[in-house]
Design a protein around this ligand. Structure first.
Ligand code: PEP
Ligand code: MG
Length: 875
């Protein structure tokens, strides 16, 4: 087994072993780019480190020593040398980039001896001492847990003593004092002197990187991004180059295209005379990369051509880190750049037009769930609002919420359902749990590549960064802008597309869905074979679904129509009825409402099928809550209320008691209602067919599919189908209009799936109701499981995914497979879809594609996501 690879021994496709950073450094080295030499310790070493009880695996250290010797030979410098010492950076690098999650240590190798060597070799005492104090700070903080802010406090005190504003204005004398104080701080917290052996420093740093794989924040990030816990991280040890040796030095980060918009133009930031961490950590606000052309024209040109080369080489937008040391350019990292959904789409569309990638490849360049960002409202620029400050537009979208200044508060309030905006001077990986629960983030420092910006873009959350006009006071929990004070709990809005910070809540407008969006999803439609419909219960949602590209309605839940205020009394009357006549009387009042509903939806979906499900929930859902009713009756009795009213309420109470079931979800619902009260389904069928007749007369093509829910036996369907067909024929006769329709069923109970071959003989179509199918297959109550125990199952990894979100392939998926096979064995052309929540989940859509379904159906806002996911499933 080999634990250590020199950069020239690796390749881009070795990400599993070398991590993303290590593999790309190797690739850049091998295509001849200027990369400082280094080596990578494998992810395998990290995993074995844990297997051996947090000890290095046998053989790793020997390989490392040998690798370092080769490195020393290549550079002509020696570790710990008092003439010309080798210094290295130590960085983590997992297979998937986890921005800010893992730790970095720079300038490793400096000791009291070797710092003299650095002074000699650079002839710059101030610079050498500055490197040393940065190293003691980073090493103490990252490897040994010395509190970061205590270093910061000492630094601030020394700057104040010297009366200087910037770190690099500190004198040599002040730096000496600073070093002494830093070392004392290190001793205070670790009980040991600062290590004076570079090799020992290195081993401790490697341990720290391995350890950071299992830090709380890394675990939270992985969970949020669904990255497996067993990948491990690699460690990259690389010869240092210095961007902070003077004004012919610098460091920067750039994207080959704009990560917010996708515009094809170098986009990034740099700082003259600074080290890489200064840019990323947002400590100084950097300059836009376009100015580098004036500051260092040769370097700019060279950088531009390298970045083009890298983009062509990787055939994707790159995120590149570079350093300039004494007028020489070095590449420190390249990776596929994280981007907003808008940018991802534009880059994919442009790259197809540029001939760099195919349409099929383009499909894989946008995460379907990310599309969500594009569908969400933007600030209405025509509205009146008070902009109180403007920062960098770091991650698009509009958000509003009450101000919180602490990630823990953001997490707590967010979990309690409150909308909050997290406001910080800058964020660090320790704030990740707060970012997850906040609507958006506002920072007063840091650039477009600061931690807050990168993480927010990744999560699709609005962010405004580097908004220097706001002054935050954490102790008083407020910020000021000029003479305005905004306190914790006050409402603000942020617009991550323009960088605006606004007082109060602002009106928003729907997003523009033409241009790249339409072109890209148009390609998705060409490529996919799976149909996409929407679940919608009213004409407005049907229209929205159509606008988003839905080709039909996969589920109209008619019970939502029963809940409306003007109808509920008739629904209750229908339930209270003692005789069929009474029930039919109540139903006759509901019929016109239903007819109007169906007319509207079928019209909005003209030319596309609309699947209408007959009444499904248990009837008690339409009656008042028992406890509330009891309180009402008791009150009426105590206050001598109207005796007729009391009688009426008591009758209602009796009905509530009668309808009570211990297990309503397994009770009198679905087609069981249709069997016991055929007149309910008869009314609904009549309303559907009368609407269809009316539309047909008007020359509008209506395609109704009548759906019977919760079927467990072919005979149920046969019974209800017969009634439906009779009513259709009656309506045709009454209206003199001929129309087409189909009758089918939901498959949402295991027995239905298992006997699908029989059921298909009475069905024109199937639609998987995977919400109930999951509930009945697992025996998990869909209303309670998530709140009660499911989270534990996920935390303990007893279940890999929440089965109510992603189709469980082994259980529910197998039943679906049986149902598809069974159904099509009786009717080869049987139309089969899915309309449970899973119909909008990309992973489940993949499953549906593989099972050979005809369509998925999901909520209107998920339609574009489903179109893309279906295309991805097809490539
Ligand atoms: C289902 O069970 O998956 C379904 C779509 O029906 P409902 O969610 O209305 O029970
Ligand atoms: Mg159901």
């Amino acid at each position: 087994k080999k634990y250590v690879y020199l950069f020239n021994e690796g390749k881009a496709d070795m990400k599993d072993l070398l991590g993303g950073k290590g593999a790309n450094l190797a690739e850049m080295t091998n295509i001849g780019l200027p990369v400082p030499p280094g080596l990578t310790i494998t992810t395998e070493a990290c995993n074995e480190y844990y297997v051996f009880g947090e000890k290095f695996p046998p053989g790793m250290e020997a390989e490392l020593e040998q690798g370092l010797k080769i490195l020393e030979g290549k550079i002509g410098k020696k570790f710990g040398d008092n003439e010309n010492p080798l210094l290295v950076s130590v960085r983590s690098g997992a297979k998937f980039s986890m921005p800010g999650m893992m730790d970095t240590i720079l300038n490793l190798g400096l000791t009291d001896t070797s710092v003299q060597g650095l002074i000699k070799s650079t002839n710059n005492e101030r610079f050498a001492l500055d490197c040393y104090r940065r190293f003691i700070h980073m090493f103490g903080d990252v490897a040994m847990g010395v509190p970061h802010h205590e270093y910061e406090e000492i630094l601030a005190e020394e700057k104040e003593k010297e009366d200087v504003q910037f770190d690099n204005q500190l004198t040599v004398k002040a730096l000496h004092t600073l070093l002494d104080r830093y070392k004392a701080l290190y001793r205070k917290h670790t009980g040991e002197d600062f290590p004076q052996n570079p090799y020992q420093q290195l081993l401790l740093a490697i341990k720290a990187v391995f350890g950071s794989w299992n830090s709380d924040r890394a675990i939270v990030y992985r969970k949020h991004n669904r990255i497996p816990d067993d990948l491990g991280t690699a460690v990259n040890v690389q010869a240092m180059v210095f961007g902070n040796m003077g004004d012919d030095c610098g460091t920067g980060v750039a994207f080959t295209r704009n990560p917010a918009t996708g515009e094809r133009k170098l986009y990034g930031e740099y700082l003259i005379n600074a080290q890489g961490e200064d840019v990323v950590a947002g400590i100084r606000t950097p300059l836009p990369i376009s100015l580098l052309e004036q500051d260092m024209p040769d370097i700019f040109q060279q950088f531009e051509s390298i970045s083009q080369l890298l983009e062509k080489h990787y055939r994707d937008m790159q995120d590149i880190e570079f350093t300039v040391e004494r007028g020489k350019l070095f590449m420190l990292q390249t990776r596929n750049g994280k981007r907003t959904a808008a940018a991802a789409m534009r880059v994919a569309v442009d790259m197809v037009h540029e001939g760099l990638i195919t349409k099929e490849e383009a499909m894989l360049r946008v995460d379907p769930l990310q599309i969500n960002q594009l569908l969400h409202p933007q600030i209405d620029v025509n509205a009146e609002f008070q902009v109180i400050a403007t920062g960098l537009p770091a991650s698009p979208g509009a958000a509003y919420g009450s101000v919180v200044f602490d990630a823990n508060d953001a997490e707590a309030q967010g979990k309690a359902g409150k909308k909050v905006i997290l406001v910080r001077t800058e964020t660090t990986p320790d704030d990740i749990h707060g970012l997850v629960m906040a609507q958006g983030v506002l920072t007063s420092r840091g650039g477009m590549t600061s931690h807050a910006a990168v993480v927010a873009r990744g999560m699709g959350k609005p962010a405004v960064c580097g908004c220097e006009a706001i002054k935050i006071d954490y102790t008083q929990k407020l910020f000021t802008v000029g003479d305005l004070t905004v306190k914790e709990g006050d409402f603000i809005s942020i617009d991550g597309a323009t960088g605006k910070v606004i007082l109060g809540e602002v009106p928003t407008i729907a997003p523009e869905l033409g241009g790249d969006f339409a072109e890209y999803l148009g390609w998705a439609d060409e490529i996919r074979t799976l149909g996409v419909r929407a679940n919608a219960d009213n004409p407005k949602d049907a229209q929205k679904a159509r606008d988003f590209g839905a080709a039909g309605i996969g589920l109209t839940r008619t019970e939502h129509m029963f809940m409306e205020q003007e109808r509920l009394p008739f629904v209750q009357k229908m339930i209270m009825a003692d005789t069929i006549e009474e029930r039919e009387e109540a139903l006759s009042h509901l019929l016109p409402f239903q007819q109007e509903d169906f007319y509207g939806i079928l019209k909005a979906m003209e030319g596309y099928p609309v699947c209408i499900r007959l009444l499904d929930p248990p009837l008690h859902e339409f009656l008042p809550n028992r406890e509330e009713l009891l309180v009402e009756i008791t009150k009426l009795k105590c206050t001598g209320g109207d005796s007729d009213l009391i009688k009426k309420k008591e009758k209602l109470m009796k009905k509530v008691d009668e309808l009570h079931e211990f297990n309503p979800m397994l009770g009198h619902r679905g087609c069981r209602l249709g069997i016991t009260y055929p007149e309910i389904y008869a009314m609904q069928a009549r309303a559907i067919f009368q609407a269809v007749a009316q539309l047909t007369k008007e020359g509008i093509k209506a395609i109704p599919e009548v759906e019977i829910p919760l079927v467990i036996h072919v005979n149920e369907l046969a019974f209800l189908r017969k009634q439906t067909v009779e009513i259709a024929e009656q309506v045709m006769e009454e209206t003199g209009v001929k129309f087409e329709y189909t009758v089918g069923t939901m498959i949402e109970v295991p027995r239905a799936a298992l006997t699908a071959d029989e059921i298909a003989t009475e069905a024109d179509f199937f639609s998987f109701g995977t919400n109930d199918l999951t509930q009945t297959t697992f025996g998990f109550s869909r209303d309670d499981a998530e709140g009660k125990f499911l989270q534990h199952y996920l935390d303990y990894k007893i279940l890999k995914e929440n089965p109510f979100v992603t189709i469980d392939p082994k259980g529910v998926g197998q039943l679906m497979e049986i149902a598809v096979k069974g159904g099509r064995s009786s009717k080869p052309d049987l139309l089969i879809g899915i309309c449970g929540e899973h119909g909008g989940d990309p992973e489940s859509i993949q499953t549906c594609h593989q099972l050979g379904l005809n369509f998925v159906s999901c909520s209107p806002f998920r339609v574009p996501i489903a179109r893309l996911a279906a295309a991805q499933a097809a490539v």
